[in-house]
Ligand binder design. Structure first.
Ligand SMILES: CC(C)(COP(=O)(O)OP(=O)(O)OC[C@H]1O[C@@H](n2cnc3c(N)ncnc32)[C@H](O)[C@@H]1OP(=O)(O)O)[C@@H](O)C(=O)NCCC(=O)NCCS
Length: 316
């Protein structure tokens, strides 16, 4: 476990990209636990927030407490140049996979950024390589991340592996609603109940995750009926069904109720899930694969077919 910020000297130069005239400056890797108040950690967070706050008010710690406010789960990395400036940064969250044999520790990587004036000089690749090595030596087995552009990560040893499917609700009017609606923050008893009903037992979910807003959601809701629930992220007139559990017909009724409130309803699930298959068969949702997830072996070998589904709420 990282207890304090400390520099790790890196020697040698990163491989240059196509712009061969520019050289990569000598850099140091900084590592810090999430929630650290040291000036180095604050500089890393500032570099990340410059890119990723995206107009949201407040600090990223408010939206991602498990990364930026938790010493146990959060990890912050920064590349510092010869002038002491953080020129590239990323954040990670540690989690346990509980499926299969022994539990593996996985680091979810996110918020990867190089300062605009330093892009295209190999710093992003260097940061990915050096932080992966640091995570590996701190006992992390696997890395996972999600992106719309895979090229940087393919260059640094990551593989695309993700069974996520995404589709728009195109079913008809809702049947008489029997759902009970609750707006987050959820009471502890409801969090525990939702956690125990989760369809995917693959990743341990700390209950504090129910406090975060999975981007771009502005509000989190849960609709429940006997034997079913749907977790919904609201974003203005649109909504995302982030996960669901229960009997397929009952979940379908709940989703129809969700679609009555937000006709622009996007659903995210996994190809093998019986509810997703039921919705697709019924012509209610035309699910398409969205293989945005990537994995990397750190201290454990990763095979593509082991790329588990990680629900949106659990992602960094
Ligand atoms: C992505 C990013 C971190 C790359 O940093 P960098 O220091 O320029 O990266 P490197 O010089 O080591 O490598 C550049 C390679 O990254 C890839 N790349 C460039 N922009 C990218 C992007 N937005 N997402 C993924 N890969 C990207 C390209 O393959 C590029 O190679 P090329 O120059 O030969 O085409 C930087 O462009 C950035 O901060 N973008 C804004 C934030 C962002 O989009 N982060 C990624 C979220 S998944």
């Amino acid at each position: 476990m990282i207890r304090s910020v400390y520099p790790v000297k890196i020697s040698g130069c990163a491989k240059l990209g196509k712009n061969k005239r520019r050289t990569t400056p000598d850099t140091y890797l900084l590592a810090a636990p999430g929630g650290s108040r040291s000036s180095d950690a604050r500089q890393i967070v500032r570099a990340i927030e410059a890119e990723f706050l995206k107009g949201r008010r407040g600090r990223l710690a408010r939206f991602y407490p498990e990364v930026f406010a938790s010493r146990e789960m959060g990890r912050l990395y920064g590349l510092v140049d010869a002038h002491g400036e953080v020129v590239a940064a990323l954040a990670a969250r540690l989690a346990k996979i509980r499926s299969g044999d022994a539990g593996s520790t996985v680091a979810m990587i996110g918020f990867v950024v190089t300062a605009p004036e330093h892009r295209g000089r190999g710093l992003g690749q260097r940061l990915m390589n050096e932080s992966a090595e640091h995570l590996r030596t701190s006992g992390v087995d696997l890395g996972v991340l999600w992106t719309r552009r895979h090229d940087l990560y393919l260059k640094t040893g990551w593989q695309i592996a993700d069974p996520t499917v995404v589709g728009k609700w195109r079913g008809g009017a809702a049947p008489p609603a029997s759902a009970a609606w609750t707006k987050a923050p959820f009471a502890p008893a409801l969090r525990r109940r939702l956690n125990s009903l989760r369809p995917q037992a693959a990743l341990e979910r700390p209950l504090m995750l129910y406090d975060k807003l999975p981007y771009p959601a502005e509000r989190l809701w849960v609709a429940t009926s006997p034997g079913a629930h749907v977790l919904v992220g609201e974003n203005g007139d649109a909504a995302h069904a982030l996960e669901w559990a229960g009997d397929p017909a009952r979940v379908t009724d709940l989703l129809a109720d969700v679609a009555q409130r937000w006709p622009d309803l996007t659903l995210r699930g996994t190809a093998a899930d019986p509810v997703a298959r039921h919705l697709k068969r019924g012509g209610l949702v035309d699910f398409q694969p969205e293989p945005a997830g990537m994995w990397i072996s750190l201290s454990r070998r990763f095979r593509k077919r082991d790329g588990i589904w990680i629900p949106r709420l659990d992602r960094i």
